[in-house]
Design a protein around this ligand. Structure first.
Ligand SMILES: Nc1ncnc2c1ncn2[C@@H]1O[C@H](COP(=O)(O)OP(=O)(O)OP(=O)(O)O)[C@@H](O)[C@H]1O
Ligand SMILES: [Mg+2]
Length: 168
């Protein structure tokens, strides 16, 4: 099967939030968004926009680095996880009840630092790698696993093509 190769450059934190919002607006429940990238890459900015796209009205959404998990309710539930603290402190996925969150059809699960939990390596998700190109510029690359995420990426990239052709 041919996978979409899709890459997006984003020039500011606000545009990262706008992009996250577009992802959120496309979500229908059951999506898992895994966010890879170093400290300050913009993972949380993207989740702030994702929350907006899910109709979540929260003034402050920050990385749940110490509590690991935060939950918000909007059009769908958003489970926001941050596993940075587990990089040096491996925990098992059972302890975190992660399987239930990943398979909840009424929720979207956004995970920062998913590489800290080896059990997530093959989990169905849209993996987004964020690379820092300069102080304000980020490059996003995508890898979908599973039909839900193939479809999500397909719809996202089609929107982008439509936007670009409208601008010409
Ligand atoms: N294009 C951009 N996209 C996202 N953030 C940007 C961009 N340009 C600059 N920034 C800045 O980079 C920082 C990104 O912070 P953010 O908390 O989202 O990173 P993070 O990847 O979640 O980090 P951590 O691993 O510490 O949780 C913010 O200060 C934001 O203003
Ligand atoms: Mg963060």
């Amino acid at each position: 099967m041919v996978k979409y190769l899709y890459e997006v450059d984003i020039a500011s934190a606000d545009l990262m939030r706008d992009f996250g919002q577009r992802v959120g607006l496309l979500c229908q429940g059951g999506e898992n968004i895994f966010l890879n990238g170093c400290l300050g890459a913009g993972k949380t900015c993207l989740v702030q926009g994702l929350a907006r796209g899910l109709g979540i009205l929260t003034a402050s959404l920050t990385s749940p680095t110490f509590v690991l998990h935060a939950q918000y309710k909007g059009r769908l539930v958003l489970n926001h996880l941050d596993f940075y603290r587990l990089l040096d402190n491996p925990a098992s996925s059972e302890t975190l009840a992660i399987e239930e969150m990943l398979s909840d059809p009424t929720a979207v699960c956004a995970i920062e630092w998913p590489e800290a939990l080896p059990a997530l390596r093959q989990a169905p998700a849209l993996e987004i790698d964020i690379a820092i190109l300069s102080a304000d510029r980020r490059r996003l690359t995508f890898q979908p696993r599973g039909p839900v995420h193939d479809e999500l990426l397909c719809r996202l990239s089609k929107q982008d093509v439509a936007k670009k052709s409208k601008a010409l």
